[in-house]
Design a protein around this ligand. Structure first.
Ligand code: NAP
Length: 290
């Protein structure tokens, strides 16, 4: 098996983006800036927000963090987003998902101004992605494309299977790879797909985003397939100080004796997602500069 580690790609992209940011600021522009809104104290969300915060600091971006208790009113969040939409010193706005049940997630994400929707979740951005027009590409699918590029894995004419059809990963992933320029033949599977194996056994590239550990093992793949594991799952592990370990949606070890190329978890797609958020924030700052 070849491990498609992403730390090296993250390092390369971060260095490039840092240089771009320095030159952007040297030309008299304000540093790119990201506002992050976190509701409640879900440990995974806290970690994701911390990672974004740290990436902003490393790159020289400004970041504004807003924290709310679990019982925050929807109207208070909408009022903050409205204020951030109007602020000239904010380039990107991100609401960390999931939100508590009493809050309408769709209403919140749709209230973010299209020009500051650096997550690329708004209907406008999704529509433009579908049409193959310039837009903020959702960070995780954009990161997957960077992995394929870095490791010289072609997509044109290849059979790609995406397992999972969520609005933030599966659907935009499929949409992106079917565009002109990527030119893959894409199949998207879901929980009603009767036998995943019927599709995965024939695939050149398999992208797994189900949130279920063990969704894909080597017996379901060709011996030379490329496997991109988007999943991040916390599994109880008493041998670790923190009481858990992270695993993907793929049975990584089952690939050890194959010729497959597989992204690890951790050290894989997750690193790319944060970098792509930073790239989208830079892009927003660049588009909005005076
Ligand atoms: P989601 O909204 O829960 O969607 C999961 C999708 O997988 C659904 O479409 C579901 O099908 C499908 N699915 C679940 N089990 C399946 C199975 N056995 N066979 C076929 N399809 C199956 O999840 P998500 O937000 O896309 O996230 C997926 C995973 O990626 C999670 O582990 C999440 O933590 C991780 N993630 C990682 C990053 C990163 O940066 N690395 C970013 C985002 C998400 P139905 O539609 O039929 O229910």
């Amino acid at each position: 098996m070849k491990r498609l580690g992403c730390k090296i790609i993250q390092g390369k992209l971060e260095k490039e983006l840092k240089e771009k940011t320095e030159s952007f600021i040297m030309k008299g522009n304000r540093a790119p800036s990201l506002a992050v809104i976190l509701v409640g104290s879900d440990p995974a969300s806290e970690t994701y927000v911390r990672n974004k915060h740290e990436a902003c600091s490393r790159l020289g971006f400004l970041h504004f963090d807003y924290r709310f208790d679990e019982d925050v009113k929807e109207d208070d969040l909408l009022a903050l987003i409205d204020e951030l939409n109007g602020r000239a010193d904010v380039d990107g706005i991100l609401v960390q998902l999931p939100l508590p049940k009493h809050i309408d997630e769709k209403k919140i994400t749709n209230s973010i101004s299209v020009e500051k929707d650096v997550d690329g979740f708004s209907p406008f951005n999704v529509g433009r992605l579908c049409l193959g027009e310039e837009c903020f590409i959702p960070c995780t699918p954009k990161g997957v494309v960077e992995i394929l590029k870095y490791y010289d894995i072609p997509t044109a004419g290849k059979k790609v299977v995406v397992i999972g059809r969520s609005n933030i990963v599966g659907k935009p992933m499929a949409m992106l790879l079917m565009q002109k320029g990527f030119d893959a033949t894409v199949t998207v599977c879901n929980t009603r797909t009767p036998s995943l194996k019927d599709y995965t056994l024939d695939a050149d590239i398999i992208i797994v985003a189900t949130g279920r550990p063990g969704t894909l093992g080597s017996s379901m793949c060709r011996n030379d397939a490329v496997i991109i594991d988007v999943g991040v799952n916390r599994i109880e592990d008493k041998s670790r100080e923190r009481g858990y370990r992270l695993v993907g949606d793929v049975d990584y070890h089952s690939f050890e004796d194959t010729e497959c190329q597989v992204t690890p978890v951790p050290g894989g797609v997750g690193l790319m997602t944060v970098m792509m958020l930073m790239e989208n924030t830079f892009e927003s700052a660049n588009r909005r500069k005076k």
